[in-house]
Design a protein around this ligand. Structure first.
Ligand code: LUZ
Ligand code: MOS
Length: 775
């Protein structure tokens, strides 16, 4: 199939990439980051007299509030005031998709860490001290911590959703093999380095400005207006950058920003609230744990003919983004495979955990773990390598995704075969085999992990953005968009777009903070779509300005507009450099009273989805790739290392290779962490046990793979991707799922009796038990 040609093409690409990386653009922020000069919420200059706040939150997961005594706390010197739901002038409601979440608890608490009051004091230290002086009496109500328990008790967020294609029941009857099983994947802490926080300040006439560490400035603005009972124009949100988001600040930055606004509203003074790590871990939602069951049916030649799955999503105590996340689980339930008969259902189960929320992949990884588990199980039962089943079912051009979209520019097979060829899969497998023959107490395992990820908010109306571009008198450029910079490098990409259109150096361009008075009514920076949506809006605005500039140049140089172009800060006529440079052109344009400002709106074309039929074309395009993960397990201890991860990734035509590689490496490591190390634990009372970095292990320099290679796939890119450079934020996380199956294969090499279990994360303890499991 893919022979020499691809191989050589990729070999040369390998060199090309390393060259490109050398000269490729750096993340703009790297300069201020390494000098400690980047500005976060905590670095905002605060007004004299600013108050500091701490959230008093529930010490029980579920119960009736019988009595709260704030008197000792209020009496503490330096305490200004304590705010509760009674102080809310508007609605005590922050629910985005469903109005089911109060800002502050009223008579009942629903999760351990649920906000009850805001203590405002002269210093954070005093506010914390005051918090310890609050007496609360709560009458216990039954606590639900697992999705299964919620399902049994009929506790749901909303109605179930189901997608289907073909006739699954009938197809199972025609299968040569049918297997069923259950899986579990745990939640995951976002662990953004910058915890949740906000700073509110009073302006004139009761207006309030909030500096927030949020991915969704408009959500903060709209919710603050709702809670305060004021018009949205009275609230201004400003975001410089975030110290990481990962989805954790798509919705859950909102309550803390709104609390500062509430206190500012009453006190007419600035208020700052930044959670410490302990409070953040305890109060905020995480990736959703999923308990799922599957049924998979195959023919003799390993074609998957039918697939059925039920996903129980542990949504926590309120909806938050759970319904949207559940939807994406369904969209990605078949990963990179074409299956003619599929039926899936997801139930958002209401429990007494903090409302779980967006996390890189947004439910997609949870769905993909289940199909990969089903394939591993089928392979083990049939007695073939999982990769034979994976390979036999990869998507092809014009296959129908089971939600109705027809697959175009499909790269699933291209990525798969390129990975096998370039990285020489036979040699890698032989190496593993030889090692396992020679070694008794160490075993290696290898797994392939293909990914397919849809790009666009699954909720079609959210796919839009705007850009406001000013060219200043001196030829420098300022750009505002809805994009929030959270380390992903979106500002650099937007700057590249403008530099590309105007043909000016990036030093002439500044990306402004994200501010709701400059760009309004925005979707959050999420869904891997931020650079596409905001980049396309920027492209549109810059192109409109360029046309105006060309007209001025044509008048100045007495040449037809069509012959004019701009290059390296000069005007060219018919490819001949003129004496008119960029700065002069701008000043001429100004003198002619032509506008040097443009505001553009971009909405992704072609996408649609009909929720009554659960069919449509929800994604602008898909991102593809394949990873080969190799691990070595210490069979005495159950500990393990990842020897290498080799990836062929579909970047499209990457515009910022260094940034994109960073996203692939970071996503991969975060995915491996989710699958292997990171273990969230609640006790049966709903109390978070893994509530500090001493009890919650994230990947560090010792646990990352010894080597990561991520080679670009040769592709055309996609028209709907910004400058054909595909979205890269979330897809690579799912390569990490391969780590789970690589570990399983190593365990099987040591213990042939091991009965496959699909219960992530595969921690060292679980590996050890599996190694010595004796059925
Ligand atoms: N956020 C959202 C997301 O609101 N809708 C989405 O489809 C999505 N997908 C990925 C990550 N965040
Ligand atoms: Mo997200 S999971 O905020 O893209």
């Amino acid at each position: 199939m893919h022979k020499k040609k691809t191989y050589t093409a990729l070999e040369s690409k390998k060199n090309e990439v390393s060259n490109a990386l050398k000269k490729s653009i750096r993340n703009l922020d790297s300069y201020t980051h390494v000098r400690g000069e980047s500005l976060y919420v905590d670095d905002v200059n605060i007004r004299q007299g600013t108050f500091h706040a701490v959230v008093f939150n529930s010490p029980k997961a579920h119960g009736k509030i019988k009595h709260i005594d704030y008197s000792k706390a209020e009496a503490l010197e330096g305490v200004e005031r304590i705010f509760t739901y009674k102080d809310i002038p508007g609605e005590n409601q922050i629910g985005g998709i469903i109005a089911d979440e109060p800002l502050f608890a009223e008579d009942e608490v629903h999760f351990w860490g649920m906000p009850i009051a805001l203590i405002v004091a002269e210093s954070e230290f005093i506010a914390r001290k005051a918090r310890q002086l609050i007496d609360i009496e709560i009458e216990d109500l039954p606590v639900i911590t697992t999705a299964k328990d919620a399902k049994e008790k009929g506790s749901f967020i909303n109605a179930p959703r189901s997608f289907s294609l073909g006739d699954t029941e009938k197809a199972f009857e025609e299968c040569d093999y049918v297997f069923e099983g259950e899986t579990f994947s745990n939640g995951q802490e976002h662990l953004y380095i910058e915890a949740q926080g906000a700073y509110a300040e009073p302006l004139e006439n009761g207006n309030i400005k909030i500096t927030s560490s949020t991915q969704g400035p408009t959500a903060v603005q709209a919710t603050a207006a709702r809670v305060l009972g004021v018009a949205m124009h009275k609230i201004e949100i400003d975001v410089t950058r975030l110290g990481g988001g990962f989805g954790g600040k798509e919705d859950q930055a909102t309550p803390y920003a709104v609390m500062t606004a509430l206190a500012t509203y009453h006190l007419n003074q600035s208020v700052k609230l930044i959670l410490n790590r302990h409070d953040d871990l305890r109060m905020t939602g995480k990736r959703h744990p999923y308990e799922s069951s599957y049924k998979i049916g195959l023919s003799k030649d390993l074609k998957i003919l039918a697939y059925q799955a039920e996903f129980l999503q542990n949504s926590g105590a309120a909806a938050d983004l759970s319904p949207a996340i559940a939807e994406r689980t369904l969209f990605h339930a078949t990963n990179s495979y074409f299956i003619p008969n599929v039926s899936t259902t997801v139930l958002s189960c209401k429990t007494n955990l903090p409302p779980n929320t967006a996390f890189r992949g947004f439910g997609g990884p949870q769905g993909m773990f289940v199909i990969e588990s089903a394939i591993a199980k089928a392979a083990s039962e049939i007695g073939v390598s999982p990769r034979e089943i994976q390979e036999a079912n990869l998507l092809e051009e014009n296959d129908e995704f089971y939600y109705g979209q027809i697959a175009k520019q499909v790269e699933a097979k291209n990525a798969w075969h390129s990975a096998k060829t370039l990285f020489n899969i036979e040699a890698l497998e032989k190496e593993v085999e030889d090692f396992n023959l020679k070694n008794k107490n160490f075993k290696k395992g290898l797994a392939l992990m293909p990914i397919t990820f849809g790009i666009s908010f699954t909720n079609t109306p959210m796919n839009h953005a705007r850009a406001l571009v000013h060219i200043y008198l001196d030829g420098s450029v300022g750009i505002s968009t809805a994009a929030v910079e959270m380390g992903q490098g979106v500002n650099t990409k937007i700057m590249q777009v403008a530099a590309h259109v105007f043909s000016i150096p990036i030093e002439k361009i500044k990306i402004e903070s994200t501010n709701t008075t400059r760009v309004a009514n925005t979707s959050p920076s999420a869904a891997s779509a931020t650079a596409d949506l905001n980049g396309k809006a920027t492209l549109k605005a810059c192109k409109a300005l360029l046309e105006r500039l060309k007209k001025v140049a044509s008048e100045e140089l007495n040449a037809p507009e069509k012959d004019i172009h701009l290059k390296d800060e000069f005007v060219y006529v018919n490819d001949k450099k003129s004496t008119l440079n960029w700065t002069e052109l701008i000043s001429k344009t100004m003198l002619k009273r032509v506008a040097l400002t443009e505001n553009a709106h971009y909405a992704t074309p072609e996408i649609h989805f009909d929720k009554t039929k659960e069919k449509g074309h929800p994604f602008a395009y898909h991102v593809y790739g394949t990873a080969i993960v190799t691990t070595t397990v210490d069979c005495t201890r159950g500990t393990y290392e990842f020897d290498s991860v080799k990836i062929i990734h579909d970047y499209g035509k990457s515009m910022s290779e260094g940034i994109d590689l960073g996203q692939v490496e970071g996503g991969l490591v975060q995915g491996i962490g989710w699958m292997t190390l990171e273990e969230i634990a609640y006790n049966e009372d709903g109390r978070l046990l893994s509530n500090a970095l001493s009890t919650y292990k994230v990947p560090d320099v010792f646990s990352v793979p010894k080597s990561i290679e991520a080679i670009p796939l040769e592709t055309q890119g996609h028209e709907q991707a910004i400058l054909k450079s595909k979205a890269v934020g979330e897809p690579p996380l799912m390569y990490g799922i391969g780590a789970y199956f690589a570990l399983q294969n190593a365990i099987k090499a040591f213990n042939p009796n091991y009965k496959l279990e699909f219960h992530a994360p595969m921690t060292a303890e679980k590996v050890l038990m599996a190694l010595y499991q004796n059925p």
